[in-house]
Design a protein around this ligand. Structure first.
Ligand SMILES: Cc1ncc(COP(=O)(O)O)c(C=O)c1O
Length: 440
């Protein structure tokens, strides 16, 4: 058993001044004590009680170069010595040029600060361009904390067969039924299932006031569902046919699945795409980009994308440094991530097979999702609820953490990981799966 007394004491102290004692309460269990960290070395993190953890969460995804990368640190320290707030300096242009060079859809980009805000602005841009109102999104996908995209009881949800019900073990559905959201915020949203073109076409036929489809190109917030062959191409075609803009929310896939992000990886170019997390390597910063004609609605300032900290110098310096690092040697970073992620995936799957636990790994080498199921593939949120054991997924995550591996039900590789880190993490997964087998 790990000693956790100092973490527990800090948590009690935090609860007295920080509401709920947490920094972000999405996917949190009320009252579950947080672990407080104090030392970071590569992919290894040490908590205040001296316990070692291998980091596969990367602070919910962004730290693609690791938690304490000298690349990011040096960039922001150097920038802070000049200007650390938002002033027009050359660094924003340099970051924007790099962003547009590597993001296929981005003829132009605009800075934002967080993923949720950037996505909101992307939708606004789509509405301004099309003059239409409705937004189509997908059950099981998460697009940040704004009311417009946070919810399950969207218009058309139930009768279009998307899952709209509360499920204690399903973080997505728990988020959908939270309090305090505007009653009418979701009236302008349709909710459908990922990997189902028919539902989308039915909607497009029934409503000609649809401005955009918003999707994570890979379901990064539940079960790592990947687009089935031909699905994204089909979505692209339907959007073109019905005059609907296609938006990829690349908050998590952006610069993680590959240098050209999911749109490059799958070879399907959206009209607009929103980025955060890895694009700034762990420093707050976000951006969205898109086709020249679509982005031109921002030229005359009738469609507002305001923000005191949009393109602040520290974010821009981090973005420039991170993209430059990821692009080095023709994107060698992704070959490393692919190899290390592949080792982790194969090791964990082999351990599950040995223990006789039905499990698949979804996602891609840079972000892997262990899914406890008898099926060969889980294609969307509905199937995740029907055919996978979310209880086991949470138990696996909790035991992994108790044994020294931190993930978010999603295991992300960084360039700070070594083969040794991966091997130790697989050993821990093996031990955890053994415990789970005994618990059956
Ligand atoms: C796909 C996706 N979109 C948007 C967001 C929101 O980003 P942020 O937390 O920076 O607002 C997240 C956060 O996890 C995300 O996973």
């Amino acid at each position: 058993m790990k000693h956790t007394e100092r973490s527990q004491a800090l948590y009690q102290r935090a609860c007295k001044s920080i509401a709920g004692g947490h920094l972000s309460n999405f996917k949190q269990r009320p009252g579950a004590p947080q672990t407080f960290f104090e030392r970071f070395e590569g992919a290894r993190m040490y908590d205040v009680d001296g316990n070692l953890y291998y980091d596969w969460s990367l602070s919910s995804g962004p730290c693609i170069l690791g938690q304490a990368s000298p690349v990011v640190r040096d960039a922001i320290v150097e920038q802070a010595g000049k200007c650390y707030s938002r002033q027009y300096t050359q660094v924003q242009i340099e970051a924007a040029e790099l962003f547009c060079r590597y993001v296929p859809c981005a003829d132009k980009m605009h800075f934002a600060v967080t993923g949720g805000e950037s996505l909101l602005y992307t939708i606004r841009t789509a509405r301004a361009y099309t003059g239409k109102n409705m937004v189509v999104r997908f059950s099981g996908m998460y697009h940040g904390g704004t009311d417009v995209v946070l919810g399950g009881v969207a218009r058309g949800g139930d009768d279009r067969r998307a899952e709209n019900r509360w499920n204690e073990n399903d973080d997505y559905s728990r988020a959908c039924y939270t309090t305090g959201r505007a009653r009418h915020a979701l009236d302008d949203v349709y909710l459908i299932d990922f990997n189902d073109l028919e539902q989308m076409e039915q909607l497009f036929r029934a409503d000609n006031d649809i401005a955009c489809v918003v999707m994570e190109p890979v379901c990064m917030n539940i079960s790592g569902c990947v687009p089935q062959p031909g699905y994204l191409e089909g979505v692209r075609k339907l959007c073109d046919q019905y005059g609907v803009l296609l938006i990829f929310d690349e908050t998590l896939t952006g610069f993680r699945i590959g240098l050209h992000s999911a749109q490059g990886y799958f070879g399907v170019t959206p009209d607009l795409a929103s980025f955060a997390k890895a694009v700034c390597g762990g420093i707050p910063g976000a951006a969205f980009g898109g086709r020249e004609d679509v982005m031109s609605v921002l030229d005359d300032c009738t469609c507002l994308i305001p923000g005191t900290y949009n393109g602040n110098s520290l974010s821009a310096a981090a973005m420039k440094a991170v993209i430059t690092e990821l692009a080095r040697n023709d994107g060698e970073a992704y070959r490393i991530i692919e190899r290390l992620g592949g080792m982790f995936r194969d090791g964990v799957l082999e351990a599950a097979r040995r223990h006789g636990i039905p499990m698949i790994m979804q996602g891609f080498p840079g972000a892997l999702f262990p899914v406890f199921t008898q099926r060969e593939v889980i294609r969307n949120h509905r199937e995740a609820l029907l055919y996978s054991d979310l209880d086991k997924m949470h138990r696996f995550g909790a035991l992994m953490k108790a044994n020294g591996v931190v993930g978010d039900d999603r295991y992300c590789v960084s360039l700070a990981h070594t083969e040794e880190d991966v091997l130790r993490s697989v050993e821990i997964a093996d031990r955890v799966l053994g415990i789970m087998k005994e618990e059956e």
